[in-house]
Design a protein around this ligand. Sequence first.
Ligand code: NAD
Length: 483
Amino acid sequence: MQLQPTASHFVDGVYVEDTAGDVIDVIYPATGEVIAKVHAATPAIVEQAISSAKRAQKEWAKMTGTERGRILRRAADMIRARNHELSMLETFDTGKPLQETLVADATSGADALEYFGGLAATLTGEHIPMGEDWVYTVREPLGVCVGIGAWNYPTQIACWKGAPALACGNAMIFKPSETTPLCALKVAEILVEAGLPAGLYNVVQGMGEVGGALVNDPRVDKVSLTGSVPTGKKVYAAAASQMKHVTMELGGKSPLIVFEDADIENAVGGAINGNFYSSGQVCSNGTRVFVHKDIKEKFLARLAERVQGAVLGDPQDEATNFGPMVSERQMNIVLGYIEQGKKEGARLICGGERVDMQGYFLAPTVFADVTDDMVIAQEEIFGPVMAVLDFEDEAEVIARANATEFGLSAGVFTRDLSRGHRVIGQLEAGSCFINSYNDAPVEAPFGGVKASGVGRENSKEAIQHYSQVKSVYVRMGDVEAAF
Ligand code: NAD
């Protein structure tokens, strides 16, 4: 498979290169090998990306929603047709097992293009009667939008930001994470093949500096970041200084509460999905698993048994269901947290170490008897480390679940549906689950509260964040004035 892209960037409808930019090695996390090299964008590339987006957006906004939507839906079909190739690329970029990437990455990107492609023609305003007069509203695009991605879902993030932006009549300039620069280039290539006019979806590579240059350019109207809370604070502040629109999809330390009446098998399944999918590198993970003390040992015993089902190995082998950390750096960060958990006296149920094989593999790790004051219960680890905490009382667990700066997700397992709704209603989180965990269909709004973010991706909600409303008061009679 050809992993070295034609060039580092995709701007104004074509691949472009500028070798003056710093070299970024693309490393396959399952082996540590350099599989491709790209160059960070120079100021000249950033300029081309912004000026072509600015030019192209004006014409794009004049097209009908039906015409725009048709292109997005065609791109969705093309992505589905090429799912295997795109999933392989995502596996090389991130190290995630093909078993996952085949169903969760390009396909999720295609869903977003199809969904927003379908919505594009429905983005209309309102007619508001005012007696003889009336007001009408027009939903307008924002202009040039910048998307900045994290490394865990490079294809999905490129589409989740691009699809609603384009549907609303904006241009998108996407900067992938420097750790996973390959997939977004393919999204750009496919969009153009599907008929997207040049300049409307540009991809530029680089580190935070390139992201900063895009965010600070006065021609950029909106920034959507997927990343950590510290980066979010910087990007939000920079955008605020020019009063730009923002969407912030940031980190979390989400609670998953398992009541004593829960179906244990399902709760264990939810905890596995919410901690070990993508080797734990998922922002919405339910990494604080509060288990009622009456069922705690039963829950832990079944969890320890089921974790034995993790198959670590070559991510390209479809039997592998647990891949490496995305990078050596991330592996070392997570190992630091594991050591911290041991030092703080949490009970190690399984895992707790690097696996003795090539690549950045960590064993799926479960700590029990975790208390709220431990660092592993407070900070986002972004790796396969589950913290199991005990609780006895509903009000107590709600208060403890909310005692965090984060607010991305929350889950409840119980057979008592009124309790499920009552508890979820009191949890401070944006994306919640009852008797499930981590489902993220395009139809459902996705995003956090508190430090976990601002705005929502997916669903009709995303439209609010990629468009603005103009209101027009129309007077039928004479104008009355004081003088
Ligand atoms: P990160 O914050 O280090 O980087 C995110 C992106 O921001 C990268 O592309 C990076 O180059 C860019 N960046 C860094 N500094 C910048 C600056 N000053 N200006 C502009 N851009 C800048 O995050 P990461 O390590 O790539 O990803 C992991 C984090 O992302 C975790 O905290 C995770 O929870 C979060 N995340 C959130 C979601 C969500 O939807 N809520 C999804 C995935 C990941």
